[in-house]
Design a protein. Structure first.
Lengths: 113, 279
């Protein structure tokens, strides 16, 4: 039996994961990936390609905005911040998740109990 | 760091140079640099840090999708393409005819070469105008050529690179590739950083020769790469009008990217099949 998380499944939740990190303030690619790993308790590491394609998708949908900023070490980086539409989207996804968890949970946690 | 840049270059090399692609490359580069820097700060040796960064990069197909590029485009035979194929076939027939007529006067031994290479080299660069290219593994480094009168053949080791070049000298007519073979034998003990092999007309055959970066192509002919360890490789296979056969299975035509390993194997054929078979 697999004890590892299904990457196909979790990829469907990468958008709310990124939005959750950006709710705490603007951030850049690698920092977001580090936060995701930390919040997941080291159980999930997002690949760079997954993260970048999610950023591109979120920006296209108006859920995040990007802006260039020079970091402490003088490096120029692309930062992302969540937009009001992004906050709405995140909250909607949270409600959807609660419902999903409730429905699927009925079948996965002690069937028929 | 150079390994990471090379890797990104190879992933993006065949994409259209759009602002989106440029931005994707730039940002993926930022993320990889950050990760690499952190691994170094944790005390990881440079080589291992680069390896880990590339290994965790993910699947390039994902990025292509976000750029609006379909990773495995379905090829359609639109009219322009059919005209191109017909013209191509006519051109090949003309080339063969001209070469056949010219061959009666050609000295069959002209340009024949069979030489051992004494100098050490860490890269191989073979460029042929017309003829088959074979690169294989053996005991000693060797270059051999069975040529024809209106081609010139040169080889030299310069700055650690074995350059093998065949060009057409006569403008009277192009040569048929039939019977012209350029063979390069690489010592089995050699550790190569790169192999580049290309021919305009003819096949390219790589057998049991490996390098960190392998770029193999033919404009008109099949390309065959066999007995190569692909367990830690990023494979980029592309055909314009032929088939791609990977480990005996036909995969969808167009451009296919497989794996995210460190060794970069880029195989392409414009009019011909690409066949890749792992060790």
């Amino acid at each position: 039996m697999p004890d590892e998380i299904s990457s196909d499944f979790i990829r469907g939740y990468i958008d709310p994961m990124i939005l959750c990190v950006l709710l705490q303030g603007p951030s850049y690619g690698y920092e977001v990936s580090k936060r995701i790993r930390q919040i997941s308790g080291d159980l999930y590491t997002v690949k760079e390609t997954t993260l970048y394609s999610a950023f591109a998708r979120l920006e296209k949908g108006g859920l995040v905005e990007s802006f260039p900023q020079v970091a402490e070490n003088g490096k120029r980086r692309t930062y992302y911040r969540i937009t009001p539409a992004g906050i709405d989207h995140y909250q909607a996804r949270c409600r959807e998740w609660k419902l999903t968890k409730d429905v699927v949970g009925r079948f996965m946690e002690g069937c028929g109990a | 760091m150079d390994d990471i840049r090379d890797y990104l270059e190879s992933v993006f090399s065949k994409l259209p140079q759009t602002p989106e692609a440029h931005r994707a490359k730039d940002e993926l580069g930022q993320m990889m640099e950050d990760k690499y820097a952190e691994l170094l700060a944790q005390g990881m040796p440079e080589k291992d840090a680069a390896k880990a960064t590339i290994a965790e990069f993910g699947n390039p197909d994902e990025v292509l999708e976000s750029l609006g590029v379909t990773p495995q485009p379905a090829r359609k035979w639109h009219p322009g393409r059919i005209v191109a194929v017909v013209l191509g076939v006519i051109a090949v027939c003309c080339v063969c005819w001209v070469a056949f007529c010219g061959r009666a006067e050609a000295d069959p031994h002209a340009g024949n070469v069979d030489a051992t290479i004494g100098e050490n080299f860490s890269s191989v660069d073979v460029s042929a105008a017309c003829g088959d290219v074979v690169i294989k593994s053996g005991d000693v480094a060797r270059v051999s050529y069975s040529g024809a009168a209106n081609t010139s053949f040169e080889y030299e080791v310069q700055d650690g690179v074995l350059h093998v070049t065949q060009t057409q000298t006569s403008s009277a007519g192009t040569q048929a590739s039939d019977g012209i073979v350029i063979t390069v034998v690489v010592p089995s003990t050699a550790e190569l950083s790169s192999i580049d092999a290309t021919t305009q007309l003819g096949s390219v055959d790589l057998q049991g020769v490996e390098a960190a970066r392998m770029t193999v192509s033919s404009q008109m002919g099949d390309v065959d790469v066999s007995d190569v360890d692909l367990s830690n490789a990023t494979l980029k296979l592309s055909v314009d009008m032929g088939e791609i056969i990977l480990d005996g299975n036909e995969v969808s035509p167009g451009t296919v990217i497989r794996g995210t390993g460190e060794r970069i194997v880029d195989v392409s054929a414009e009019m011909g099949d690409v066949t890749v078979t792992a060790l």
